[in-house]
Write a protein that binds this ligand. Sequence first.
Ligand SMILES: *Cc1c(COP(=O)(O)O)cnc(C)c1O
Length: 367
Amino acid sequence: MIENSVPSHLAGAVLTVDLDALAANYRLMRDTAGGAEAAAVVKADAYGTGIAQAAPRLWAEGCRTFFVAHVGEGVRLRSLLADADIHILNGLLPGAEEAYIEHHLVPALGSLDEIARWKSACGAAQRPCDIHVDTGMLRLGLPPDELDAIAGDASLLDGLDIRLVMSHFASADEETSQNADQLARFRRAREILPMGRSSFANSSGIFLGPEYRGDVVRPGVALYGCNPTPGRDNPMRPVVSLDARILQVRNAAPGETVSYGATYSVEKPMRIATVSAGYADGYLRSLSGGGRAYIGGRPVPVIGRVTMDLTMLDVSDVAPETCRPGDWAELIGPHIAVDEVAALAGTIGYEILTSLGRRYHRRYLGG
Ligand SMILES: *Cc1c(COP(=O)(O)O)cnc(C)c1O
C-alpha cells in the first residue's frame, strides 16, 4: 500500500517517482564525495517523494546513515529501517527525549541546554549524539559563546558518545567567501571538539571541494534530481514527474477573461484546457500567468490564476486530437524539470518538491 496514493483511475494527476534514478543519484553523490561517507537526507517525506519507498531503496544501494529533521520522522524511518543510523537534524525536542532513546535516534545537539537535557534523559547510560556547531547561519547549532564555554569546561560533554560534529552551509550553492569563512570556523570548532567524525556538506557543499566535505556528507535535494551546481549543467537524473488530466477544453473569444480576478484577457480566438491540478496539489499559485506545461511535447502556457484544484492552459497550438478530456498535461517531466518549474514560480526546487500534494496517484518505477 502506498500512502497518500489515490487509485489511478480516480486520480486527477499522477506523480511518478523513479527509484532507479534516485539510486543512480545516490551513487553519483557517493562517487563525487570521494573518501567521505555519503549519508542521505530524507526529511519532509524524502523531499515529497515518499520516504517509505525512497529510504529502503537508498538502504539497498548501500546507504547506512540517514538524516531527518523531526524526531517524528525518525520514529517513522526506524519502522522502515531497523538497522539504519538515524540522525535528527532539528536536535532534541523538549519533552520527546524518551522517543529518541526508545527508537535509537541520534539527536544533533546544538545548545548547552540540549546537551544538559540529553545527559539527564540518558542518565548513566552512554547515549550517542551529534554536536551541531553554528558557523554563521544563525539557525541551529552551538553559538560561539557556548562553544567557548565548552572550551573552558570540557566536563560539559562528560558521558556523551559524540558520533558527529556537524555544521551547515548558508550559501553552498553560491560562489561566496562565506563558504571559506564557515569552513575556517568549523576548523576552529574541531579544535575544541575533535571527537567523532565531521559532517559539513549538503548537496551543493559536496561540489565545493574535498576540504568542505568532512567525513560524512549530507546530500538531500540532489538525490531527488535538483541541480546542486546552479549555473552549470545538472549532473543529477530527474526523479519526479507530474502529469495532470485534462478535464475540459473550450474555445474562447476576444474580450473574455480567464480565472479568478480576470487577470488574463483573451485577445484572439484561442483554445483553453483546464487541468486537474492546482495549488492544493503543490502546483504553486505563483505559477499564475507565468507557468508552463507540455502536451504532446508542445509548450502550453499557464493562463490566469492557478486555483486550488484547477489550472488553465493555452492549448491553441496543440493538435486537438492530443488534447481531449482524459488526456495528460506534463507539469513536471522530461520537458520541464523541477528546477525550471521552480524558476517560473519564483522559488527553488526544494519548495516544489516538498509541496507535492496528497491527491495524486503515486507511481514508483524500479525499486
Ligand atoms: C536539509 C539539510 C541538508 C540537506 O541539504 P540539501 O541542500 O537538500 O542537500 C543537510 N544538512 C542540514 C542541516 C539540512 O537541514
